[in-house]
Design a protein around this ligand. Structure first.
Ligand code: NAP
Length: 288
């Protein structure tokens, strides 16, 4: 699709943005859907964030994605923030509604979408989640909205895990130190085990969060939010023990698909987006 005067522009605000896979993924999706949109990365230094958000209005962009390090700071410059994004405390998607900028967070729902694409439901599921950072916060919120029965947040800092669990004021969510014996008991009864730490992400691919594999129930599905590499050591070990595994590119495609729907009010071509990411990741690995 050629860029014309009528082309709608969606931006990516981040610092840095050079390695982002979102531009190619979204432009492939716009092409597939036959929409006259284009997606452009903008490297925005933290001190320029307010002006960059104002530029969405001034340049009449259709919307934007927001990535590291701006997901929290951007909230103060928006006109309205969706309830989920408020609960999560971060925004990754902005839509421009006639000059009013509305913020959303599609990260957690994107994870649920990626599971659904593989026929995995989370209703009534017992979940153990490793890590208590920003991604964990979005995923826990989405798991609760989707009807998970319980979520145990296990992190290297029991205090941080507890603090995050306290945020939900729900007896279904507990926070523990991942060295504690409680983790062994929760692993024995969980349906989903999720790594939401960066342990195992390139270049430190040899790292792995501490999991007592023999304690894990045999039917547990094991997920990693990391997508570089696709098959982390954590997932390799789970697979060797016979667990179904879920790689992290699905969450990236899922959050992108939901953002696409918010901007365009059109169903997103999820398969094209996930396929595009897999291709980019393959090319990246070949170039290493
Ligand atoms: P974050 O906010 O920095 O949180 C990271 C969490 O991991 C914290 O609980 C942190 O503990 C823990 N952690 C970090 N280094 C550790 C180490 N060496 N040993 C033990 N625990 C450690 O990061 P995030 O934004 O939540 O991202 C977490 C992971 O999810 C990253 O790998 C990221 O690439 C991935 N992610 C994927 C997607 C996707 O679309 N697939 C989206 C978002 C994030 P402390 O607080 O104690 O440091």
């Amino acid at each position: 699709m050629k860029v014309r005067g009528t082309t709608k522009v969606v931006g990516l605000l981040g610092w840095p943005v050079e390695h982002s896979m979102s531009p190619a993924m979204h432009n492939a999706a716009f092409r597939e859907a036959g929409l006259n949109y284009t997606y452009v990365p903008f490297p925005v230094q933290p001190e320029h964030l307010a002006k960059a958000v104002d530029a969405i209005r001034a340049l009449n962009l259709a919307g934007a994605n927001v990535t590291i390090p701006h997901k929290v700071a951007v909230m103060q410059y928006l006109d309205e923030i969706d309830e989920d994004a408020q609960k999560i405390g971060a925004v990754n998607t902005i839509v421009n509604v006639q000059g009013r900028l509305v913020g959303y967070n599609t990260d957690g729902q994107g994870f649920i979408r990626s599971l659904a694409e593989q026929g995995i439901g989370v209703k009534a599921a017992k979940v153990v989640l490793l890590g208590a950072g920003g991604a964990a916060r979005a995923v826990v919120e989405a798991l609760l909205s989707a009807g998970a029965a319980s979520v145990t947040i296990a992190a290297r800092s029991g205090d941080k895990a507890n603090h995050l669990a306290g945020h939900y004021s729900s007896p279904a969510v507990t926070g523990i130190d991942w060295q504690s014996d409680v983790l062994t008991r929760r692993l024995a009864e969980c349906d989903l085990l999720i790594n939401a730490t960066p342990l195992g992400m390139a270049p430190a691919v040899e790292k792995i969060p501490p999991v007592n594999w023999p304690a894990l129930a045999s039917q547990t599905i094991v997920c990693d939010l990391i997508y570089n590499p696709l098959m982390t050591r954590f997932l390799q070990q789970a697979k060797e023990r016979g667990h179904q595994v879920v790689t992290g590119e699905g969450m990236l495609a899922g959050q992108g698909a939901l953002a696409f729907q918010i901007w365009t009010k059109t169903a997103a071509p999820y398969d094209v987006m996930a396929g595009n990411l897999l291709q980019q990741l393959k090319e990246q690995q070949e170039n290493c």
